[in-house]
Write a protein that binds this ligand. Structure first.
Ligand SMILES: CC(C)(COP(=O)(O)OP(=O)(O)OC[C@H]1O[C@@H](n2cnc3c(N)ncnc32)[C@H](O)[C@@H]1OP(=O)(O)O)[C@@H](O)C(=O)NCCC(=O)NCCS
Length: 182
């Protein structure tokens, strides 16, 4: 059974401490601010419209439920009171119950410090322990070289490329599909 009190502090190469834990009900304002900043920044994530508080209330409720049911994982990274990163894995359904789909993002000031790698390694270790899956998949925009480098370095392989699948800054760009066997 999963222990919802999971709480782990790591030290980045800058000396800053970051705490990893599951979402809590009182994270709503932080998560709203975090996600809407990424939307404003126009990073290579699917979302390009700001979220509302109500949507984030639901997001945290669903995340909590999924974690407790061992149907998914959402790990938050906090520097002090500030939410600086989120990674998640959602389990597939029915005949794809053995799959999990990975997502990850970090606040701008916390990129390039090794936190992405730490978060991915943590969620993969937890997925093996709790989710009963043996295949991880993800999708990444082709020009997102930083993410591609990270995914390759933790063992993801490209299995497909959907041409011109994503509209980004008024241009159509390719989507790269990747997998990793656990
Ligand atoms: C993609 C992202 C999660 C990577 O996390 P990160 O903490 O910046 O990456 P790390 O510092 O852990 O670096 C891990 C690897 O990524 C690659 N990487 C990191 N910064 C890089 C850069 N500026 N240029 C090229 N590769 C880079 C390297 O392969 C690096 O490994 P190395 O340090 O051994 O060379 C983060 O940059 C991010 O949140 N970006 C915006 C949102 C996003 O694009 N999410 C992914 C959507 S698919």
């Amino acid at each position: 059974m999963i222990n919802y009190n999971f709480n782990k502090t790591i030290t980045l190469k800058t000396g800053q401490q970051v705490t990893l834990r599951y979402p809590q009900q009182n994270d709503i304002d932080e998560v709203l601010n975090y996600i809407n900043k990424l939307v404003e920044e126009d990073v290579f994530i699917l979302l390009n419209e700001k979220k509302t508080k109500e949507e984030e209330v639901k997001f945290i409720q669903n995340a909590t439920q999924e974690i407790n049911d061992q149907k998914g994982l959402v790990i938050f990274a906090f520097a002090g009171e500030k939410l600086v990163g989120i990674t998640n894995i959602g389990k597939g359904r029915f005949r794809e119950e053995n799959n999990g789909e990975l997502g990850i993002s970090l606040a701008k000031e916390f990129r390039g410090l090794g936190l992405g790698r730490i978060l991915i390694n943590e969620i993969i270790a937890q997925a093996k322990q709790y989710l009963n899956i043996n295949l991880l998949i993800l999708a990444v925009c082709a020009p997102n070289q930083v993410a591609l480098n990270l995914y390759q370095s933790v063992g993801f392989h490209e299995y497909g490329r959907l041409p011109q699948a994503v509209k980004y800054k008024d241009q159509m760009i390719d989507k790269i599909l990747m997998y990793k066997n656990l």
